[in-house]
Design a protein around this ligand. Structure first.
Ligand SMILES: O=c1nc[nH]c2c1ncn2[C@H]1C[C@H](O)[C@@H](COP(=O)(O)OP(=O)(O)OP(=O)(O)O)O1
Ligand SMILES: [Mg+2]
Length: 201
C-alpha cells in the first residue's frame, strides 16, 4: 500500500489532513509513530523554506514520503504579520490563546473595513532521495473584533468569513476543509503525491 508520513506536531493540522486524505487508500503515518525524531528548527524566512525543512527532515529520517505544512496568518494592516512567525507571535512557548489576544490588542483601533487578512499554507512533499515539491493554498477573510467558535485551532476563532457570516472556528472540519488554505493546498498537492509515489521511494 502507498505510505505517507504527515510531518506535523500540530494535532489540529493532523486531524484536518487525515480527513482530507479520507478515502484514499494510503497508509498514513504521523510524527507520533516516530517519537524519537529530532525537533526541526523552523529557521526559514518563508513558508516554503520551513515546509521544505520539515518535510525533508522527516523523509530522510524515516525513508517515507513525507508531507509537511507551513502556514500562518497575514494581516494587511500589520504589513503581513504575523506571517511566518504566526506560531511564535506571542512568544516561543506557542500559545494560541496568547497569540489571539496579542492580535486583538494590535488591531484595537483598526476599523472593520481595514481588518483584511488571509491564511496561507505551503505544503512540501519530500522523498527520501531529496526530491521536494510545493503547493500553496490561500483563504481570505477578516479579523473579527472578538473570538467566536470553538472548532479548529490557532487563529480560527478570530478569522471571520464574510460569505458565511461565521468565523472559521464556527465551521465544522468538513466545511473548513472545503474552503481553507490547507484544504486548497492539499487538493493541489494530489497530482504531486501521485507522481512522487509512482517512482521507487
Ligand atoms: O487553519 C488554521 N487555523 C488557524 N490557525 C492556523 C491555521 N493554519 C495555520 N494557523 C496558525 C497556527 C499557528 O500559529 C501557525 C502555524 O505554524 P506552523 O509552524 O505552520 O505549525 P505548527 O508549529 O503549529 O505545527 P508544525 O510546524 O509541526 O506543522 O499558523
Ligand atoms: Mg511549526
Amino acid at each position: 500500500m502507498r505510505e505517507i508520513l504527515l510531518a506535523t506536531k500540530n494535532i489540529g493540522k493532523l486531524n484536518e489532513f487525515v480527513s482530507l486524505i479520507g478515502d484514499y487508500t494510503w497508509k498514513v503515518f504521523s510524527l507520533r509513530d516516530f517519537p524519537h525524531l529530532p525537533q526541526v528548527e523552523e529557521t526559514g524566512t518563508t513558508f516554503q523554506d520551513n515546509a521544505r525543512l520539515k518535510a525533508l527532515a522527516a523523509a530522510q529520517e524515516t525513508g517515507l514520503l513525507a508531507l509537511a505544512d507551513d502556514s500562518g496568518l497575514e494581516v494587511d494592516s500589520l504589513g503581513g504579520l504575523p506571517g511566518v512567525y504566526s506560531a511564535r507571535f506571542a512568544g516561543e512557548e506557542r500559545n494560541d490563546q496568547k497569540n489571539n489576544e496579542k492580535l486583538l490588542v494590535m488591531l484595537k483601533n483598526v476599523p472593520a473595513s481595514s481588518r483584511r487578512a488571509r491564511f496561507r499554507c505551503t505544503i512540501a512533499v519530500a522523498r527520501p532521495d531529496g526530491q521536494v515539491a510545493f503547493c500553496e493554498g490561500v483563504c481570505e477573510g477578516l479579523i473579527a473584533m472578538e473570538p467566536a467558535g470553538t472548532n479548529g485551532f490557532g487563529y480560527d476563532p478570530l478569522f471571520f468569513l464574510p460569505e458565511y457570516g461565521k468565523t472559521m472556528a464556527q465551521l465544522d472540519m468538513e466545511e473548513k476543509n472545503l474552503i481553507s488554505h490547507r484544504g486548497k493546498a492539499f487538493k493541489a498537492s494530489l497530482p504531486l503525491l501521485h507522481k512522487m509515489l509512482s517512482g521507487p521511494v
